[in-house]
Design a protein around this ligand. Structure first.
Ligand SMILES: [Zn+2]
Length: 100
């Protein structure tokens, strides 16, 4: 049996180069939750601190991707502190009333 060379069609659809480009879109790591992750929760064991920040570019050990819902509801284990890092640098702050 001679193995045929892959056809043009197989070459186009068989690769995973495209999939490698969409790693930034990951699902929430909570069970039963398939919402897209918007934040990454990282446990810093040395400081007993849970850091919730913008979605990391790559999955790291000891970090968990959370969707908006679960990142809002997440709470640290007892004795741990939570540090939330928002990426809304230009979020409008409460503007003081000037001269009013
Ligand atoms: Zn979720």
């Amino acid at each position: 049996m001679v193995r045929a060379a892959p056809s043009d069609d197989e070459i186009v659809t068989g690769g995973c180069a495209y999939d490698a480009r969409v790693v930034s879109i990951r699902p929430c790591s909570r069970q039963m939750c398939r919402a897209p992750a918007v934040a990454t929760l990282t446990y810093v064991y040395a400081d007993s601190m849970a850091v919730l920040g913008p979605l990391s570019a790559s999955a790291e050990p000891h970090s968990y991707d959370l969707c908006e819902h679960h990142s809002d509801r997440m709470s640290a284990p007892k004795g741990w502190s939570v540090l939330r890092i928002t990426e809304h640098h230009d979020e409008p702050t409460r503007t003081p009333l000037y001269g009013a």
